[in-house]
Write a protein that binds this ligand. Structure first.
Ligand SMILES: Cc1cc2nc3c(=O)[nH]c(=O)nc-3n(C[C@H](O)[C@H](O)[C@H](O)COP(=O)(O)OP(=O)(O)OC[C@H]3O[C@@H](n4cnc5c(N)ncnc54)[C@H](O)[C@@H]3O)c2cc1C
Length: 278
């Protein structure tokens, strides 16, 4: 049974009543089917205009779950969103960016999902709505494994909420694949750096994806960077031990050793990019 509700209220009631797999842009949903037929019950939420688009509020920015990557690229957003915009520009090609949504990327929860590290670095939270109410949690808690999240089957991810404490911070996203464009990440890195009025790092955030089952914030490195002079060369503060929490795997795209070395190099470059370096 295929249903295409027009309101969020209707959608959550359909999910409660009859269950079904949520379909949004379909850019992960359909490729994942391979040769199998579509599931018996599909709830197509692409008509829910109320969870589409970006709202800028005094203390937070709300990205509707149905916001596409093209809409993220086109939106006027604070500087700290530059990394998210760069990631959006590298998610497939233009056609994929026109259809693929933020919520789809987060709920699919691939270790190589390019939207996750930039949102982790922005301390994003997700809001989930079901017929029994709404709940909110940190994105860092929401994704718990390879394609595993804490979303219950009757819940729709409606909103990604980002606090505005780092609006003016510089941010950078670097993605390494086997070729330059249209590629699944071997490693991707995000750095966000806020500088104080003495030219030192007031706060740094660093996240790495594709190098463990879930993308990770490098909190030991973030702490080590606080107070450092915010000038080119900042990236040389990164040591292999700062990445020790990562657990890269060998797969068709790269070996674990290559991923570790690539992540180390990318973290240094992303930090330098935030302070006017490479
Ligand atoms: C050619 C191609 C290239 C790609 N390149 C990249 C890339 O470079 N980087 C990258 O990260 N991804 C890439 N992708 C994957 C994909 O485009 C993104 O992950 C996209 O953001 C998925 O969004 P969607 O709306 O299409 O999700 P869908 O395919 O509609 O859904 C994905 C999953 O999330 C669930 N879901 C969707 N929306 C919600 C919601 N609001 N609430 C609860 N559950 C929901 C669905 O049930 C499904 O399980 C690529 C895909 C293709 C086909």
């Amino acid at each position: 049974m295929y249903s295409r509700p027009r309101t969020l209220e209707e959608a959550v009631h359909v999910l409660t009543r009859q269950g079904g797999q949520i379909l949004s842009g379909g850019t992960d949903f359909f490729p994942a089917l391979g040769d199998r037929p579509a599931p018996d019950r599909v709830v197509d939420i692409s008509g829910l205009t109320e969870i589409k688009g970006i709202t800028i509020e005094p203390h937070c920015i709300r990205l509707g779950g149905l916001t596409t990557w093209s809409e993220v690229v086109a939106a006027p957003l604070p500087r700290c969103f530059d990394a998210l915009k760069s990631a959006a520009r590298e998610i497939g090609g233009i056609q994929i960016q026109n259809r693929g949504t933020i919520a789809g990327n987060l709920c699919n929860a691939s270790p190589a999902a390019d939207g996750v590290p930039p949102l982790l670095a922005l301390d994003a939270e997700v809001e989930l709505v079901s017929a029994s109410g709404r709940r909110r949690m940190a994105l860092a808690d929401f994704i718990v494994g390879n394609r595993k999240t804490l979303r219950r089957p009757d819940e729709i991810l409606t909103t990604v909420i980002i606090p505005r404490d780092l609006d003016d911070a510089a941010s950078a996203f670097l993605k390494l694949g086997a070729r330059r464009y249209l590629v699944i990440s071997i490693a991707m890195v995000v750095a966000v750096v806020k500088v104080d009025n003495t030219g030192r790092v007031a706060e740094a955030r660093v996240a790495v994806g594709s190098c463990s089952v879930t993308a990770q914030r490098l909190t030991a490195l973030e702490q080590a960077l606080a107070g450092a002079p915010a000038r080119p060369g900042l990236g040389s503060a990164v040591l292999a031990e700062h990445l020790a929490q990562l657990s890269p795997i060998d797969d068709v795209r790269a070996t674990a050793t290559y991923r570790s070395q690539a992540a180390l190099t990318l973290v240094g470059r992303a930090l330098d990019a935030c302070v006017g370096g490479r």
